[in-house]
Design a protein around this ligand. Sequence first.
Ligand code: FES
Ligand code: FES
Length: 158
Amino acid sequence: MKIVLMVNGETVRAEVEPRLHLGDFLREHLSLTGTHLGCEHGVCGACTVRIDGALARACLVLAVQADGTHVETIEGLSDSGEIADLQKAFHERNALQCGYCTPGMLIAAQDLLRREPDPDRVAIREHLSGNYCRCTGYHAIVDAVAATASARREGTAA
Ligand code: FES
Ligand code: FES
């Protein structure tokens, strides 16, 4: 099937199998390998992207379902500088180890901070509860998100 969509602000035209999911499309057809695949059944959050501004699991969306949408991946958010402060906070606070969960974690955290500029730690944990991390124990991730929220509120974000 032919599809036309925006990916990170650029128009993409492709012909895909109807069964191809968006995660494989991004990684294998567009070489956007920052979108990770862990469970491939909607549990781990490693494949989190934004579709028309809303969080989505790329493993649960068929590429053909993304026809006509605007998909944003970690590469897009990173290149635009939108999450530069969040990335810096993750780095400084050891909020990543192997990094496998990190793209999805960053996109999910940014989604929270766009809607709630002053989340408490419970709200941060709740919002990130759909993103699994096997390395960090989550505490440092919550620290990084809380520190970014605080810096943005105070206008001191990097
Ligand atoms: S790979 Fe999509 S939620 Fe785990
Ligand atoms: S840093 Fe390894 S899974 Fe999160």
